[in-house]
Each structure stands twice: as C-alpha cells, then as structure tokens.
Design a protein around this ligand. Structure first.
Ligand code: ADP
Length: 582
C-alpha cells in the first residue's frame, strides 16, 4: 500500500498522541488516585483521633453514650464512626440505631481493628458488597495504655472513583482535541513539506533527467527524492573522478610543453607556472602570487598583460638581455569570462638565428655566384665585340671563361651537397671501411695536383684500421681536406696524412706546412662561406663551403671534426670516426 507524506505524517501524529495520552493518562490517574486517597486517609485519621479523644473524655462509657457520640461525630464529619469494645463487639455506630447494635457481628477479626489493637493504627481498604463500593477504614485504639476498644472512621471511596472518571473524561476530551489539532497541523505541515518537496523533486527530476536520462521513482516523494539524490551523488562522484583525471592530464600536458606558460589571476598575479617557464627564467621555486614583470624582469610583459582583453589574443616579441640573449614570442589570451589570463611564451631564439643564418647564406651564395657569372658575361661580350679575331686575346678570355665556369660548377655542386645534407636527403650508410684503402684512393686522385706544386704527400697510417661510415662521405671528406692542404701549402711544401686510435674512435689527420690559420679565425672555420682571405681562396678555386661540407658529412657519420695549428707553421685538420667493431 502506498502512503503519501501527508498520510504518513498523520499516522505518526496519531500514534504519538495515543502513546503519549495513554502513558500520561495512567500516570496522572495513579497520581490523582494516590493523592485523593492520602488526603481522605489523613482526614479519616483526624476524625478518628477526635473520636478517640472524645470517647476518652466520656465520664460514662455506656452503649447509649458511645452510640450517641458516634452518631454526632458521623454527622459532623460526613463519615461513618464505629466503636468496638476490647472484645471486638460494636458498642456504637453512626449509621445504626441503638437497637440494631447488639445484632451486629463481632468486628474483632476485621483487619483494621486487629492492626489497631496490635500496632496502634489500622488502615484498610476493601470492597463492600452491601454498598457495592470501595471503603477506606482508619482505626485507632482508645483508653491507652490498656486499650478499652477501638474507634473506627470509614468513608465510601466512590468520590475517588468519581474524580478519576472525571479525570479520564478530561483526558479523553483533551486527546480528541489533540487529535483534531494534530490532524490540522500534520495536514498543514504535510502541505508545506510536500510543496517544498515537490519543487525539490521537480528540480532533482530535471537534473537527473539531464545528467542520467531517467528520474528515480520511489514509493513516495521522499523516497523518489532520496533515490534521485543517491544517483546524483553517484554522478557527482563520477564527475569528480573525471575532473581529477582531467586535472592530471592538464598537468602532464603543461609539464611536457616546451613553451613557457604562466596562468594569472584577476589581479595579474601568477597562479600556475610550468617547468618550461621556470627554465626560461631560471627560477628555483614557482613564483606564485607574484607579478609577471617582477619575476621575468621584462617590462614588455607587463604592458602585454595589461593590454589583454577578454576573448582576444595579443602577442609581442622581445629579446631578453643577459647571458644567452634569448628571444621570445609571448602571447596572452583572456577567457571571455574576463577572469585572469594565460601567457604562453615560445623561445624563438633558434628560429631567429636560423632566419638570420639563411639570410646571410642567401646573400653569400648570391655574391659568390655573381662573380663568375659576371666574368663569364663580360668575357663573352668582349669576344663577341671582336676580340674573337685576336687569337692571343681570345685565348686569354676563353681560359678565364673556363676557369669561372668551373668555379660555378664547383659552387653549384657544393651548394647542392649542403642542401641535400641539410634536408637529410643524402643517405649516409654505416659500413665497414678500410682507412688505408680510402686514403690511398684519394691520394691517387690528387697526387697529380701535388706533383704540379712539387709537394710530397707522406702517409703514416695505422695498419688495418677500419671505421664505420659511408664510403662516398669519407672520400669526399678526405678529398676536401687534402685539396685544401695542397692549395694552401707552398710549392715543394709538405703534406702528411696519418691515422691513430683515439678511444672508440679512429682519428685521421691531414697536415700541411702552409701559412696556418690565425687563432681568431679558428672558431669560425667550419661556417659556410667563411674565408680567411677571400681573394686568395678564389684565386685557388675555393668556394668557402668545403670545410662546412666536411663538418656536416663527419657529423652525419657520427664523428667529430677539428683543427689544430702545426709548428712552426701549418695546420692539422682532423676528424674522428667510430671504430668499426666487426
Ligand atoms: P675554400 O673553398 O675557400 O677552401 P674551405 O671551407 O675549404 O673553403 O676553407 C675555408 C677557409 O679556411 C679557406 O678560405 C681558407 O682561408 C681556410 N683554410 C682551409 N684549409 C686551410 C689550410 N690547409 N691552410 C690554411 N688555410 C686553410
């Protein structure tokens, strides 16, 4: 059976009123009865005492005097007075005539009379079949010290029962009134509660239907509500777990980000910072609660953050002074709600360096290409303008044409090599190569050039050494270094190629006794188009790209490259490749 909130409240109130009414009623009844009986008993005792005193004062204790006294006392005290002699025979009674007295049975065995004789006071309550009511008896001996009899006062307890009946009626009426009140109040309370409950239920219904698809139906409104709240709390728990997971994921993302990130609150104070930001500004502790310009020392960031407006992304680029001079692109985004903002900083130092490098490279390459192209054009025009008919002149011009065309070919071929290496288009193998064989092969190729300058090429190679690398790359490396040695060593100069083991690597050294390289130029030797003496380099057919190609090739094979001065003059260019462990 389904009971609504109102019915439940009413049933509960009824039960409460009944239980409380019954308990209170029986307690009150007991109290009332005891109190009335005590009062009646004490009144009877007073009457009995008076009777005793008066009997004691009688000059003549005859049946006539005692019965007459009993009649008067009974009438005055509204109770029954009975006097018995020491043998228990009635010698006076307020409700009997003197003629009836001798016929009255002996009272000596009545409990109150016996008690009065024995202990000086007898009290008894019992039912009288004659009057069909309870009676209370109080008996006192008279003529003490040797009792001459007992005087007894008694009264009908019908009054007590009447008072109790009245009390019961009062309680009943109070109960009925209470019940009526409870009905009204429980109805009112249920009305107010169900109204509040219904709005709560409707709300829970909407939320649960939105988040869980179905509203929980229970046996009554409260159970429906409880069911929905249980499901809502489960849903809440699930949401909290999802939020915790998302928080961990966001933290992982922030930790992995290479960009520096600062989250600022409404007062533009730092709330969150990621490890990349700590690195960028060399911070030991997260600077929470501080202002970004103070932490970074960059006033530009302050201006940027102040210029942030909700829903808009603003950015600025600046280079920080100090060691390393890092360039940064900073972006600020504010949520549409307008509370706080997020600053993300990209370290663009390398991008800017690369751009600068590319600009210089293009400028250098154009410059290098322009020179031979100009010579070729000028010589061709001169020939076409008539110099072709002058055989000596045309020979000179054609030689210059050939030299510059060759230079152009070298330049383009070197640029293409570098471009392929940069784009990692050139495949670099990792094969076992005999240092001796490769060196001999390159020496064979360049020996004629060295011979032309009367130069001797010495070899001091560690026997049977093998390196791990790419044959073409190793040959090109050696060709460039030996070509440079031949170019820059004087006529009849000395050149030596040696090899030696250096840990897990094999070092190959190319020595020449040329002019050497001044110390200030050494750090830049392997940069593209870097030349100590551009005029001399061009004269000897150099492009300024040879050493940078060497560096790229050696590093692509997992090796290192370097240069040392030789004594008294000259240079030693070296590279080391991983030893092959077959
Ligand atoms: P280049 O084609 O001009 O030789 P490289 O990149 O091979 O270009 O060399 C760069 C510069 O290093 C050269 O212009 C030259 O000034 C210097 N250089 C290279 N090798 C030697 C060497 N063996 N002796 C002296 N200077 C050298």
């Amino acid at each position: 059976m389904k009971l609504g909130v109102r019915a439940k409240l009413f049933a509960f109130s009824l039960f409460l009123i009944l239980v409380v009414g019954l308990l209170a009623g029986s307690f009150l009844e007991h109290q009332r009865r005891t109190s009335i009986e005590n009062r009646v008993e004490s009144e009877l005792l007073t009457v009995a005492r008076m009777a005793r005193e008066m009997i004691t004062d009688l000059d003549v204790r005859s049946v006539e005097t005692i019965d007459s006294l009993s009649d008067r006392l009974g009438a005055a005290s509204d109770s029954r007075i009975t006097v018995v002699d020491s043998n228990g025979w009635v010698i006076g009674d307020s409700e009997l005539s003197i003629d009836e007295i001798p016929e009255v049975e002996n009272h000596g065995k009545r409990p109150e009379i016996l008690a009065a004789f024995q202990s000086g006071l007898g009290v008894n309550r019992r039912h009288s079949a004659t009057v069909d009511s309870d009676l209370l008896y109080v008996a006192l001996p008279y003529g003490i010290p040797s009792p001459a009899g007992v005087v007894r006062a008694s009264v009908l307890l019908a009054d007590v029962d009447k008072a109790i009946t009245e009390l019961r009626w009062s309680l009943f009426i109070a109960g009925v009134l209470g019940l009526l009140g409870a009905t009204l109040l429980s109805g009112l309370a249920a009305h107010i509660m169900t109204r509040t409950l219904r709005s709560l239920i409707n709300h829970a219904k909407k939320v649960s239907e939105y988040s869980m698809g179905a509203f929980v139906v229970g046996r009554d409104e409260i159970q429906s509500l409880a069911g929905s709240f249980n499901r809502l709390s489960e849903e809440l728990q699930a949401q909290v777990e999802i939020m915790a997971w998302e928080r961990d994921r966001s933290k992982a993302i922030l930790d992995c980000m290479s960009e520096a990130l600062f989250a600022l609150d409404e007062q533009k104070r730092i709330m969150q910072v990621n490890p990349a930001a700590m690195d960028l500004f060399s911070l030991d502790q997260p600077p929470l609660g501080q202002l970004l310009p103070e932490v970074s020392g960059e006033s530009q960031l302050g201006i940027l953050v102040e210029g942030a407006s909700p829903g808009r992304v603003v950015s600025t680029e600046f280079c920080m002074e100090g060691s390393g001079r890092r360039c940064v692109l900073a972006r600020v985004a504010s949520p549409r709600s307008g509370s706080g903002c997020v600053v993300v900083m990209h370290d663009i130092t390398e991008i800017r360096m690369m751009e600068q490098f590319q600009r210089e490279f293009v400028a250098n390459a154009s410059h290098e290409l322009r020179t031979p192209v100009s010579v070729i054009r000028a010589n061709t025009e001169t020939l076409l303008d008539g110099a072709i008919h002058d055989s000596a002149m045309s020979l000179k011009l054609l030689n210059a044409l050939d030299r510059n065309a060759q230079r152009l070919v070298h330049l383009v071929s070197d640029l293409l090599d570098l471009a392929r290496l940069d784009a990692k288009q050139r495949e670099i193998k990792q094969e076992s190569l005999s240092v001796e064989e490769v060196v001999m092969h390159i020496v064979d190729i360049l020996q004629p050039l060295a011979n032309k300058k009367g130069q001797a090429i010495d070899l001091a190679l560690h026997e049977g050494t093998r390196v791990r690398g790419d044959l073409q790359a190793l040959e090109q490396t050696l060709l460039n270094l030996l070509d440079n040695a031949i170019k820059y060593a004087p006529d009849n100069g000395k050149i030596r190629i040696s090899s030696r083991l250096a840990g897990s690597r094999v070092q190959i050294r190319v020595y020449d006794n040329g002019p050497g390289i001044p110390e200030q130029h050494r750090p830049f030797l392997f940069q593209r188009f870097y030349r100590i003496d551009p005029g001399r380099s061009r004269d000897v057919g150099g492009t300024g790209l040879g050493l940078s190609i060497v560096k790229n090739l050696v590093e692509a094979m997992g090796g290192v490259v370097g240069m040392e001065p030789a004594l008294p003059t000259g240079s030693i260019f070296w590279f080391a490749l991983p030893k092959y462990r077959g």
